[in-house]
Ligand binder design. Structure first.
Ligand SMILES: [Zn+2]
Length: 653
């Protein structure tokens, strides 16, 4: 790797998925980091792509009656289109069904097999079909899959194993001596915690009798490669590993951006695979957090997915990218709500940045006939303009450090601080008063300095908002507003006095916040009711408005998550299903009136919300120990579910 090389990757996304905010965040983050590094003069390569093998693709294709490849060719477009619309400028897009990838995986497997790193063995254990994973007896949670809670199958078959266990001590040592390797720190500790248990060898094959849609093992035609052993290799197959030594030497090692849910595969499997193959370790594996809505993880399995396309349509690509980068502290979780979006948009973009441009343009128009004035000689050597500009240079340095240390949000906040400081600078300098003085020097310096700082800030924010910042820089009369020359971020007086300054209209028009919905406090009447003129208190409701219960009332209801383990019809009761749910360690039988809406087999493994302190009742002679929460409207009914990452028995509040 050349010292100025910067190779960044996103995970390759499962081609069956529809792009959602999780994908969008990782990809925008990678794009922004890549653009920032380019801005700082690095030799950047940015890779994303799709993971196209495995059971789910095979099944989805079979359902549609098409070949898996045809199905993948069809669905991959959703990602490619989404990234186009999100202004993602990846240098390469790899698909694991491409020959350039498959051949490298097979060569790597053959090489590891030849060197005794892969062996064949009889396997006896438990297999979860939906998760495509094996488990040992003690891994099982109450006899079911520990990942999804579904029933598992006893499997006895021959498979191929990668001798991963032999790298355990080496990996622990490597992680401990390379603090930059896994970030943030708490994720490194998580991996080290995982490595305190003995590391098993990794089963890297699947018999074709069970799964045929995969990369065939080069040394046994009856097997395909386990999806992770295939997918992870994309990071090196895409940059010339075993094909183009010069390219590989120039790019590798990479910075891998991942979601925290795929930490183990990236920080344990992948390093061991690379070690066995004799390839250098990735520079950094950075696991970011999740976007939350309320307290639930936002993912494809929960019903709370914000479609990035919708958000873009409503607010524009650039503000959307800005929000994702500014709102989430890298590595932490953050909440995605429309309210949060509007708050940040109005504060940072409309009130601060857009307003500053507006002021500069309108005052240059008013006092200088729309032509950028020249600053007084020496104004950038000392005095208030020099002090202000020094802050802009510090923000540029701060952003660079923030990008290097995976704290992008902090770097962005630093730039917005300078924008605020410039608005204050205008308040203090009072150009409207300066305009009345005989000497135009101070007025010209004030306006020119504000424009110069805007130029630098727009350059620094260009990786986040390429469209809007190009417009901003064009408004300042720059000749090539799109191209930020790294050098211009470290020097003053780049703008040419005399150029025409004119805004194309409001850059970030203020969003009028929609009326707050569903945020009524439990002990206050809703706005709706107040407007409707209903009495503030109705008889028999303990002095509370009609239909409103107190917090204490609500607290009596205990809601807990539960995993559905079995589901079966009840004789002579077409609407009812008898369910067994697991609530922590407790098993309960619940009768639910959902038979018209759910097939029993579709319920297995779902994590639902149960009223757990309801007195048991008998329905059609069957005892029900609790009630499921469901939402219904018209002919439809859907169960309230939580995302699979929360274990059953969790308290819902
Ligand atoms: Zn499972």
């Amino acid at each position: 790797m050349k010292s100025d090389s910067f190779y960044i990757t996103t995970p390759i996304y499962y081609v069956n998925d529809k792009p959602h905010i999780g994908h969008a965040y990782t990809t925008v983050l990678a794009d922004v980091l890549a653009r920032c590094q380019r801005l700082f003069g690095r030799d950047v390569w940015f890779l994303t792509g799709t993971d196209e093998h495995g059971q789910k693709v095979q099944e989805a294709a079979a359902k549609l009656g098409v070949e898996p490849q045809v199905h993948a060719d069809h669905t991959v477009v959703r990602f490619q289109e989404a990234w186009k619309r999100l202004e993602i400028r990846n240098d390469d897009f790899i698909r694991t069904t491409e020959p350039r990838h498959k051949l490298v995986v097979q060569e790597m497997l053959q090489d590891l097999h030849d060197r005794g790193e892969i062996y064949r063995d009889e396997y006896d254990g438990w297999y979860c079909v939906p998760c495509e994973r094996f488990f040992t007896e003690k891994d099982l949670a109450d006899g079911s899959c520990p990942e999804c809670g579904r029933p598992v199958q006893r499997v006895r078959e021959a498979n191929y194993f990668f001798k991963m266990s032999q790298y355990q001590d080496w990996l622990v040592e490597y992680i401990q001596t390379h603090p930059e390797f896994i970030q943030p720190d708490f994720r490194r500790n998580e991996t080290l915690g995982f490595l305190r248990k003995p590391l098993q060898d990794l089963c890297i094959s699947r018999p074709k009798s069970r799964l045929s849609w995969g990369i065939e093992l080069p040394f046994d035609k009856d097997y395909v490669t386990y999806v992770w052993f295939d997918a992870l290799v994309n990071y090196i197959s895409a940059v010339g590993y075993r094909r183009d030594d010069a390219q590989f030497a120039r790019r590798w090692p990479a910075v891998h951006l991942i979601g925290k849910d795929i930490l183990t595969t990236h920080t344990v499997y992948w390093p061991c695979m690379l070690k066995a193959a004799g390839v250098a370790m990735p520079r950094t594996i950075f696991a970011h957090g999740w976007w939350l809505m309320g307290s639930a993880k936002m993912s494809k399995t929960a019903g709370n997915v914000v479609n990035p396309m919708d958000m873009m349509d409503r607010y524009g690509v650039d503000p959307f990218r800005y929000f994702l980068m500014a709102e989430m502290a890298m590595g932490q979780d953050a909440s995605f709500t429309e309210d949060a979006f509007i708050r940040r948009y109005n504060a940072d973009l409309a009130n601060d940045l857009g307003n500053l441009l507006n002021r500069v343009v309108s005052m240059v128009g008013k006092y200088c006939a729309g032509r950028l004035p020249a600053p007084a000689p020496g104004a950038f050597a000392q005095g208030p303009a020099a002090d202000l500009f020094a802050q802009a240079l510090a923000a540029a340095a701060g952003l660079k450090t923030a990008v290097e240390t995976y704290a992008l949000h902090a770097g962005v906040a630093g730039v917005i601080d300078v924008v605020r400081a410039t608005n204050r600078f205008i308040e203090v300098q009072q150009p409207w008063a300066q305009a009345r003085a005989a000497d135009p020097g101070p007025l010209h310096t004030t306006l020119y300095a504000a424009a110069e700082v805007l130029r630098v800030c727009a350059g620094l924010l260009m990786p986040l908002m390429p469209g809007k910042m190009t417009e901003l820089r064009a408004a300042l009369g720059m000749e090539n507003p799109m191209t930020v020359n790294p050098e211009e971020l470290s020097k003053s007086e780049v703008l040419k006095p005399g150029v025409q300054v004119a805004a194309p209209g409001a850059l970030f028009p203020r969003i009028e916040a929609p009326a707050p919905a569903a945020e009524t406090k439990p002990d206050a009447p809703s706005a709706e009711e107040s407007r409707a003129g209903k009495p503030a208190s109705a008889p028999g409701t303990l002095g509370n408005p009609e239909g409103i219960i107190t917090y204490e009332d609500f607290a009596k209801v205990q809601l807990r998550t539960a995993k559905i383990m079995t589901a079966e019809p009840i004789e002579n009761a077409v609407k009812l299903l008898k369910l067994t749910v697991l609530m922590g360690d407790e098993r309960r039988q619940i009768v639910a009136g959902i038979a018209l809406y759910y097939k029993p087999e579709d319920l297995l493994g779902k994590t639902v919300v149960v009223v757990s302190n309801l007195a048991p009742i008998k329905l059609r002679g069957v005892e029900s120990q609790g009630m499921l929460l469901a939402a219904s409207k018209g002919e439809r009914l859907r169960l309230v579910t939580v995302d699979g990452d929360l274990s059953s028995g969790a308290v819902v509040k």
